[in-house]
Structures are given as C-alpha cells and as structure tokens.
Design a protein around this ligand. Structure first.
Ligand code: FDA
Length: 506
C-alpha cells in the first residue's frame, strides 16, 4: 500500500499533510472504520473477521479515479468499486485478495434538464437524491428506479434497476443514454468514445467488470400529477392463497400503469407454534386517479376487493416516499438522508416464474415460510414495457415470458445465527426448483447471490463461469465475455462474480 500511496499522491498532487483527509483513509486513520462501514448495507460483511481494504480512496474528481486505477494496476492491487454499498454479497467492500476500495460517495452531483427530459447523475448519488433533484425541477417527471432511497445509482443502474414504474418504462438501465467510465488503463470514455459494445455491457452487465462508471446520462419519464397507492393485506384465512393464484394469472397482464407487488410472510402471533398464518400484502401504485384505478381493478382483479377507502391519491414524489417507507406527509427532503437506519445481516436469492404455481405448490411453500420468523418473499410482476424490450437489448435478459420475479429474503440479528438462517433460505430455494425457470434457472444480478457460483480466481474460464453467468444473463453472457476480453484483457477488474474473458481457455 505504500507504493500505491506514493504513486497516488504523485499523480493527484495531493500531499499527506493537507487535502488528503477527505480522500485517503488508511487503516491507521481515525475515520477508517466509520468510512468503511458508512454505506455497507449487509451487516453479514461487517464483522471483525471480514477482510478489510488496505486503503479507502474517496475521489473528489475523475482524475482521482484515474490515478487510483493506474496506481492499483501498477502495484497489482485489486479494486472494489463502491457507490451506495448495497451489494447483497458485499462485493463492493470485501475481497478475498488484497484490495483497496474506491468509494464514489463524494461524486454525487445531479444536473436535471427538464426541457430536454434528461439528467446527468454521478454514480455516488443515491436514488433518493436523484428523485429529490428531479422533484425540485418538476412534479410531473420521474425516473424508473427502485424503492429504497439509500441504494446507490452506480450499482443500481449497472445491474439493471427495477422499481414501481418498470412495467410502464422498463429498467433504469433501459433509460440510460450516455455514461462516463474510467477503464483499466485509466482512460476516460463517454458513449461515443467507448463504443456501442461497452455501452451495451455496462447497462445491466454489472459495471464493475468493465471499469468505474462515474456518471450516467438518463432519460426522465413523464408521470401524472396524481397517482394512487393502496395496500391490502390478506391472511390465509382471508383467502390469501386464492388471491395469489388469481394474481399469478393477471399481474403481468394488467395495464402498465398499474403495478401490484406482493410481500408474503409468515405471521407468528401468540405462543411458539400457535396462531401461525401466511399474510400477503398487495402493495400497488397506479399512474392515475383512484376512480380510474377502481374501474381497472373491477375489470381485471375484482377478487382483491379494493375499495375507495383503501386508495390514497398523492403526487408521484409522495409515492416515492410511501414505497421507501416514509410518511407521505413528510417533506421529501428526507430522501436526502444517505444512511439507512434499518441495517441487519441478511441473505437473499431470486427466481423467475414463467407458469403459475399450483395451489399444492403454494401450500408446500407456506409450510417452509412459516418455519422462519424473519423470512419473507417479494413477488414482483413483469409484463407491460418489460415484455416489449428484446432479451438482447441490454445484458439484463428477463423480458417477455416471465410472469413475475421472486425475491427471497431472510434477516437476523447476530453473527452466531447466520448458519441457521442461510440454511433455511437455501432449503426454500431448493423446494422452489420445480416451480421456477429452468435451464438455466434465472436470477437477477442486483439480487446478487454467490451460492450460484463464483470465480475462484482471475483465470476462471468462460465455461466454468457459465454456471452462474447464464443464470444472470442467459444468452447475453457470451457477448459480455467477448466484450470483457476486448476492453480488459488483463482482467484487472476482477471480482468473485465479474465477467470472465471469452477465449481465455485458448
Ligand atoms: P454497491 O456500491 O455495493 O455496488 C454494487 C455492485 O456494483 C458492486 O459489484 C460494485 O463494485 C458495483 N459498482 C458500484 N458502483 C459502481 C460504479 N460506479 N462503476 C462500476 N461498478 C460499480 N434493486 C432493484 O432493482 N430494485 C429495488 O427496489 C432494490 N431495492 C433494494 C433495497 C435494499 C435495502 C437493498 C440492500 C438493495 C436493493 N436493491 C434493489 C438491489 C440493488 O439494486 C443492488 O444491491 C445494487 O447493486 C446496489 O447498488 P449500490 O451502488 O448501492 O451498491
């Protein structure tokens, strides 16, 4: 790390005595631990035994990123790139080989141009900051991003990025029109100079395999001045299973203006094993007023029994607050808070469903769900715009033919509990095998899951990496590996699930 530091200081004209205090954090610096943990979301990777970086660099400009890349490469040090720190497996701040973190949290400026319906957003900004910046300029423009306001723009867009209006407008990555990247040689490219292959790869292929993307130009999308939100919760006794059977038939075929996600969990009330039931919360956003929503539901999903009293009309930005877990009465300034106060250790997995799961299948699923007090599932309906975009448009392949995606999640409190909860989620995933996509069994990159397979080292072959790569990218995996071989032939940007080089096996 001394050689790295010497190189970095000489290239940036920083000196140890002055302006480095906001940029370089060595293990012996006072704020090292707080900076390391600042945005680390999954506390499973914030433990005394978790491998730590030799240095954390927080660039103040793109030239600092260039220097970090060049100096890390000269000294054969692995780089972990961190924007918002929400990687499910901690790949942005943990490595099994000696490493430094390039943390982009100082680079978070956002320039919104409403007349042009575009914005430039730096990778270190959070989704909350992006929503806020757009709302400051207009209440009838938004961006198809995710619910959690502290997620970083860099990782989110690089992995695809979906949220409440993706049935209407597609993924965040579908709405990127330019980007700026520092490559493995420390050069800066924009869309024009990087070429269409690399520009294709970084929109959903996981940016970290290709370089450090420090800014994205995005297309803003129109939203109505009034949207409607409802949340209806039903237990098994109230017909949750029957409603979920119907939901599986209609959710992907509803108007693209209507998004009904379901959160399903076991409810454990009373003593040990008594009073256990399944509860399904149907949580919806409609791009329009409640009158129109009720008419739409009456035609397509009357069984849900949504009434006017269940519906709340609000502005788009209030719906962002609602789905981020804030009160809609609060000022939307709360979206500027970059720290998620609700952190815990967790493990997640994902699946794609192409045929409705039978009643019997669901009953078996409920049994496993009820075994775990802190486990739940989110069912996310596809269809709409998602089915219109081709599987190869960007690396994210999950388009037409998918009814919905499942995210399995379990959280816990202390390190000692890890194994029992991870075992449970793996058992649940195993049970689901007959009901979900096959050959390959598909998964969503942004719900990263190292159980799918890992690169054991930087020489992992394309063939071996296909075990996990095809699951995330399906037929796009080969093109990603070909592009990787062109733009980073020395595999400098390596991590446990980075794209391998096509042709490495000779
Ligand atoms: P982080 O900084 O950890 O980066 C994630 C990955 O991207 C790492 O591999 C990292 O190296 C790489 N990377 C980050 N910045 C980069 C850059 N500038 N250039 C190159 N590579 C870069 N997803 C979703 O689609 N919809 C949702 O609603 C949610 N909601 C949600 C809630 C919560 C609480 C969590 C923890 C996660 C989500 N996600 C999500 C998943 C989220 O999209 C995913 O974890 C993103 O990768 C997080 O991006 P960050 O920048 O925060 O992560």
């Amino acid at each position: 790390s001394n050689n790295f530091l010497e190189c970095f200081l000489s290239k940036t004209n920083l000196s140890i005595s002055n302006s480095t205090s906001d940029v370089i954090f060595a293990r012996n610096s006072e704020s090292y631990a707080s900076v390391l943990q600042s945005s680390a979301q999954n506390l499973r990777f914030v433990t005394p035994s978790t491998p730590k970086p030799t240095l954390i660099i927080r660039p103040l400009s793109e030239s600092h990123i260039q220097a970090a890349v060049v100096c890390a490469r000269e000294n054969s040090i692995n780089i972990r790139i961190r924007s918002g720190g929400h990687d499910y497996e901690g790949l942005s701040f943990v490595s099994t080989v000696p490493f430094i973190i390039v943390d982009l949290s100082n680079l978070r400026s956002i320039t919104v141009e409403i007349e042009k319906e575009t914005a430039w957003v730096e990778s270190g900004a959070t989704l909350g900051e992006l929503y806020h910046a757009i709302a400051e300029k207009s209440k009838v423009y938004g961006f198809p991003a995710g619910s959690c306001s502290t997620v970083g723009v860099g990782g989110f867009i690089g992995g695809g990025g979906l949220g409440t209006i993706f049935r209407k407008y597609g993924l965040a990555a579908d709405n990127v029109i330019d980007a700026k990247i520092v490559d493995a040689n420390g050069r800066i490219f924009d869309r024009k100079s990087m070429g269409e292959d690399l520009f294709w790869a970084i929109r959903g292929g996981g940016g970290a395999s290709f370089g450090i993307i420090f800014a994205w130009k995005i297309k803003l999308v129109p939203v109505p001045s009034i949207v409607t939100v409802f949340k209806v919760r039903k237990t098994s006794e109230q017909g949750a299973t029957e409603l979920l059977q119907k939901w599986q038939l209609v959710a992907d075929k509803l108007s693209p203006n209507l998004y009904i996600q379901v959160v399903i969990e076991g409810v454990h009330s009373g003593s040990a094993n008594s009073n256990k039931t399944i509860a399904a919360s149907f949580w919806a956003l409609f791009l329009g007023g409640s009158e129109e929503l009720l008419t739409t539901l009456d035609e397509s999903f009357p069984e849900l029994g949504v009434e006017r009293k269940d519906c709340t009309e609000m502005s788009w930005i209030q719906s962002v607050l609602n789905f981020a877990g804030f009160s809609t009465k609060q000022s939307y300034d709360v979206l500027l808070n970059r720290t998620n106060s609700d952190k815990s250790p967790f493990k997640a997995k994902s699946d794609y469903v192409k045929e409705p799961i039978s009643e019997k299948g669901l009953e078996g699923l409920w049994k496993i769900l009820l075994e775990e007090q802190r486990g739940y599932m989110i069912w996310n309906p596809y269809g709409g715009r998602m089915s219109e975009i081709s599987e190869n448009e960007i690396p994210f392949p999950h388009r037409s033919g998918n009814l919905y995606e499942i995210q399995y999640m379990v959280t816990w409190k202390t390190e000692g509990e890890t194994d029992e909860h991870v075992d449970w989620i793996r058992r649940l995933y195993e049970y689901m095998t007959p009901f979900v996509s096959k050959n390959p069994r598909l998964a969503y990159l942004n719900y990263r899951d190292l159980d799918l397979g890992i690169n054991r080292n930087e020489n992992e072959s394309y063939g071996d990496a296909s075990v996990w790569g095809l699951k995330y990218f399906n037929s796009n995996f080969k093109r990603l590996a070909q592009i990787k071989a062109q733009v980073d032939p020395s595999n400098f940007f390596w991590n446990e699930q980075s794209i391998p080089l096509f042709g490495l096996e000779g």
